[in-house]
Each structure stands twice: as structure tokens, then as C-alpha cells.
Design a protein around this ligand. Structure first.
Ligand SMILES: NC(=O)C1=CN([C@@H]2O[C@H](COP(=O)(O)OP(=O)(O)OC[C@H]3O[C@@H](n4cnc5c(N)ncnc54)[C@H](O)[C@@H]3O)[C@@H](O)[C@H]2O)[C@@H](O)CC1
Ligand SMILES: Nc1ncnc2c1ncn2[C@@H]1O[C@H](COP(=O)(O)OP(=O)(O)O)[C@@H](O)[C@H]1O
Ligand SMILES: [Mg+2]
Length: 280
């Protein structure tokens, strides 16, 4: 099925005029490592722009000043380690958690992910290095909460599932994987496909301007934000992928293809939302 304007309109919810930041969901983004703090900055900012009420980032200590300066709207909790995540601890209940971006694969980080997954019950958004770590420890996949959203790009998907000889083969593998682990797979690409058990959804927005560093980190923040706002993980994935692509379609005449960067996706999320209410 194509992910069209009409399909997204039918899934999107109106914001209650009486809502406040405490009712619009608290998103937690876990990730970052020395040299890759930008990933979680982009993701947290994207989460807030997508509409959740609160966002907190759990990151290594070296990222504290950076996140507080770059995204003052977000809160921060730091790991005991300076350069990488080694022990994921927080003292509140987020409505959604996105994990893995810019996280690296240090041995301590791998163990922290294992310990975190062992006590996780709510659906997660799993991206980048969390996917890479899971690829190397396939036995940990049974710990991934049902309903979680996994967002691999083609290389990450290959690491997770192995090589496939055609697009049809990789979609078939994705269906089997989704059904076995009860997870939503967002197969990022051009176009992005979303696989939920036996269903396959193909996005209709986006262009090559999105082929830029941090583009996927932004998408993870957007999906996490929508889950925090009580969307079903499949709907969150469909809406986020559609809006993410739409930002690039709207920006293209203004920024041009080459100059578009991940921060522009964030800057155009508002216009992408507005395009849902205009006649098309
Ligand atoms: N500013 C930051 O802090 C950034 C941090 N990032 C983090 O850096 C880490 C490494 O991520 P990367 O994805 O760069 O590294 P990976 O090694 O996972 O993937 C890079 C390789 O994957 C292949 N690939 C990617 N997209 C593809 C596509 N659409 N079709 C075919 N092949 C494709 C390419 O061969 C590419 O060289 C992650 O933790 C990520 O979150 C990146 O998101 C970039 C920005
Ligand atoms: N040519 C393209 N057309 C449409 N979308 C693209 C294209 N290239 C990349 N994208 C999108 O950009 C994002 C890239 O994600 P990812 O590779 O994880 O980036 P990063 O890890 O740098 O944040 C995905 O959502 C993907 O679908
Ligand atoms: Mg990525």
C-alpha cells in the first residue's frame, strides 16, 4: 500500500486544545558518543518539533554542555562515563524511547544495551548502533519489546538479516523478521518501505536532498515523538516517514538539493504538518 496524503490524514489525531506539556508525551532519546553528540541533538530537536510535550536525552557526560546549548528545550541526563554510554539509568517514566543513534559499539555500551533491553517492556525505536549491536548478538532480539520500531538503512538491514539478492527478497525477509519478532521495520531508502508482519507500505514523499548526514537521526526523533503522543508504533512510523519526506519536497524549491541538511528537515516539519491541512 502507498503511504499517501489521504492515508496520513486518516491516521493523524487533532491536538486537544486543553492539552499541556504533561499530556503530550515525554520522549527519551538515548545515544551519542564522543564526536557524535550531534546525532542526539538533531533527534531531540526533531522530537520536540514533531509535537511531544517534553524531551530528555540520555548521553555520555561529554555531551552535557553541547545538548544544553544546542537544544535548550531538551533536558539531559548523563552517563557516568565521559565518552560513551555504559549504564542507562533514569528516574522518570517516558512515554517513548528512541535508542542507538551515534551511540558507538564500545564493549561497555553493548553491555548497557543488553541490561537496558532486559528490563524494557514498552515499545522502543531502535536505530543505528543499537541495530548494529543487535546484529552481532542476534540472541538479544528476543528481548526487544513487541511493537518496537526498527529503522535500518540498507547496510544496517544487511547486517541484521544478511545479504539479499533482490528488493523482493529483502521485503520477504523483512516480513518474516517482523512477524517473528513482532516489530515494525522501517526500511529506509528511496523510497522507504515500512513492513509490519505481512503488510508493506511504500512512502510517496522525499527526494535525494535527504541523502545527508543526520537525516535518519531526525527520523528516529520524529517516530519517538509520535509514539510519545500515544500513536500506535505503526502509525507513528507511517506518519513520521511521510512528514520527513515531505519536508524535503517542500524545501527543495527554496534550499536546492545540495544545500539541504538535516537541520532543514527539522525546520520544515511545521510546513509539512501544515501541508496536511491544505487541499491537495
Ligand atoms: N552528526 C552526527 O553525530 C552523526 C552521527 N551519525 C551516527 O554515525 C553512526 C554511523 O552511522 P552510518 O550510517 O554513517 O554508518 P554505517 O556504517 O552504518 O553505514 C554507512 C554505510 O551504509 C551504506 N548505506 C547507507 N545508506 C545507504 C543506502 N540508502 N543505500 C545503500 N547503502 C547505504 C553505505 O555503504 C555507507 O557507507 C551511527 O551511530 C549514526 O547514528 C550519523 O547519523 C551521521 C551524523
Ligand atoms: N535518495 C533518497 N531519496 C529519498 N530519501 C532518502 C534518500 N537518501 C536517503 N534518504 C533518507 O534519508 C534517511 C537516511 O537515514 P540514515 O542513513 O540513517 O542517515 P543518518 O544515519 O546519517 O542519520 C532515511 O530516512 C532515508 O530514507
Ligand atoms: Mg542512521
Amino acid at each position: 500500500m502507498k503511504i499517501t496524503h489521504r492515508e496520513i490524514i486518516s491516521r493523524i489525531k487533532k491536538t486537544d486544545p486543553k492539552s499541556h506539556k504533561g499530556t503530550l508525551g515525554h520522549a527519551l532519546i538515548i545515544g551519542g558518543s564522543y564526536g557524535k553528540i550531534g546525532s542526539v541533538c538533531l533527534s531531540a530537536k526533531a522530537a520536540l518539533r514533531t509535537g511531544c510535550g517534553l524531551a530528555t536525552v540520555f548521553l555520555p557526560e561529554c555531551g552535557y554542555d553541547i545538548i544544553q546549548s544546542v537544544v535548550p528545550e531538551a533536558m539531559a541526563i548523563t552517563d557516568v562515563q565521559h565518552k560513551c554510554i555504559s549504564d542507562i539509568q533514569f528516574d522518570f517514566l517516558p512515554q517513548a524511547i528512541g535508542i542507538g543513534l551515534g551511540m558507538g559499539q564500545d564493549a561497555a555500551t553493548q553491555q548497557a544495551l543488553y541490561a537496558f533491553l532486559r528490563q524494557s517492556t514498552q515499545p522502543l525505536v531502535i536505530d543505528a548502533d543499537a541495530l548494529n549491536i543487535l546484529s552481532g548478538h542476534q540472541e538479544w532480539l528476543s528481548l526487544v519489546p513487541k511493537g518496537s520500531v526498527l529503522t535500518p538503512h540498507p547496510k544496517e538491514f544487511e547486517r541484521l538479516i544478511g545479504k539479499s539478492d533482490s528488493v523482493a527478497h529483502s521485503v520477504a525477509q523483512a516480513k518474516t523478521f517482523s512477524a517473528r519478532h513482532q516489530v515494525v521495520l522501517v526500511l529506509k531508502g528511496a523510497p522507504t518501505k515500512i513492513v509490519w508482519q505481512n503488510e508493506v507500505f511504500e512512502n510517496t514523499t522525499g527526494n535525494a536532498a535527504l541523502a545527508t548526514a543526520g537525516s535518519g537521526d531526525v527520523l528516529t526523533g520524529m517516530i519517538t515523538s509520535l509514539i510519545a503522543q500515544s500513536y500506535h508504533p505503526l502509525d507513528a512510523a507511517l506518519i513520521a516517514v511521510y512528514l520527513h519526506g515531505k519536508t524535503a519536497d517542500l524545501a527543495l524549491p527554496e534550499t536546492g538539493m545540495q544545500a539541504f541538511i538535516a537541520s532543514d528537515i527539522i525546520n520544515y516539519i511545521g510546513k509539512a504538518y501544515l501541508s496536511l491541512s491544505s487541499a491537495q
